[in-house]
Design a protein around this ligand. Structure first.
Ligand code: PMV
Length: 327
């Protein structure tokens, strides 16, 4: 029995993945661009064990059941098919941040699972192959395989749909300060959100606007231009939520704290602080700022009564193997 343990960062998208061309293969309708988050990680240990009758999945301290377990088992099936084995596996996974609250836990989870499970099964996949595999577990997970600033090519086939590094973590000392305003699991998961997205009549408009916005974000990254990156990220986050709210049936991810933080960001910016917001499919607000302003942003965010927790992230590295196993 060979154990392998991997650690992967979550990521925050500046240009979001929202809506699939193929839901089963998780082929998106648009490219997306993100930054890995060094303080929001998942560590996962996998061992394929001939003594097991069934897969055992432990997330945090709990044996996973229902849809959480089913998603992990489906991913193990992909790995078993690649490795041509039938052996069942033991999987232990641990996040250092709350699950299902707008900090993409599925991104770090399926990136770490893909690397740990393939190694435990004796496979050595390339970064591109790992990214393609992670994508099938959770779309945004493909962007947590490379390090730093990353673009996911939508592609039109599975082999064309994977993520690549645009710049390493050291390229830009940017910060993502997460203002956590809720830690409860969201009522509509992103899988259902993607499916509903196409029913919003704003969906086609966003899709048409994206090539120009993607180009703006690529240029902003290359030039380390925070205002340009921040404005494009805010536009895209607002459009994702506009689409969610106008999907049929509508999906509301915001809580009162979400609006409080967004309005505070607008005030601070008017006063001269370079801070911009973005959101995932959840209520928590991600604040983008320069490293030199992070302490100021954290201090101000902590003063907002709805903010329960603040997590400061620098650009994170690629998914990697580690020697300390969880069992
Ligand atoms: O990877 P999924 O299916 O959880 O989708 C994530 C979608 C967003 O987080 C809302 C946007 C993104 O690109 O990360």
């Amino acid at each position: 029995m060979v154990q392998a343990t991997a650690i992967a960062c979550s990521n925050i998208a500046f240009i979001k993945y929202w809506g699939n061309r193929d839901a089963t293969l998780r082929l998106p309708l648009n490219n997306s661009i993100s930054m890995n988050l060094d303080s929001a990680t998942t560590t996962t240990t996998v061992a394929f064990d001939p003594a097991l009758d069934d897969d055992v999945v432990v997330i945090g301290d709990q044996v996973a059941q229902g849809r959480h377990r089913a998603r992990v088992v489906a991913h193990l099936e992909r790995v078993r098919a690649l490795a041509r084995i039938a052996t069942r596996a033991r999987v232990h996974s641990r996040n250092n941040f709350p699950m299902g609250a707008g900090i993409a836990s599925s991104a770090s989870a399926f990136a770490a699972l893909s690397l740990a499970a393939t190694r435990a099964a004796g496979l050595e996949l390339s970064e591109r192959e790992l990214s393609m595999l992670a994508r099938q577990g959770s779309g945004s997970a493909c962007r947590s395989i490379p390090g730093g600033f990353v673009e996911w090519y939508a592609g039109s086939t599975s082999a064309e749909s994977y993520a690549v590094q645009l710049a390493p973590p050291s390229f830009w000392d940017l910060r993502d300060v997460i203002a956590v305003v809720s830690t409860t699991e969201k009522s509509v998961g992103s899988t259902d959100g993607h499916a509903a997205a196409l029913s919003s009549h704003f969906f086609a408009e966003r899709l048409a606007a994206l090539p120009a916005r993607l180009a703006r974000v690529r240029h902003a990254l290359a030039a380390r231009d925070l205002p340009a990156l921040g404005i494009a990220s805010e536009e895209d986050a607002i459009e994702l939520h506009l689409i969610a709210m106008t999907s049929r049936p509508p999906i509301f991810y915001w809580s009162p704290g979400t609006v409080r933080v967004i309005q505070a960001v607008q005030c601070w910016r008017a006063e001269g602080l370079a801070v911009y917001f973005t959101l995932d499919a959840g209520p928590n607000v991600h604040l983008l700022c320069h490293a030199r302003d992070a302490d100021t942003v954290v201090a101000r965010v902590r003063e907002i009564p709805e903010v329960l927790q603040v997590i400061v992230n620098a650009p994170g590295g690629a998914a990697r193997l580690v020697d300390e196993h969880l069992f």
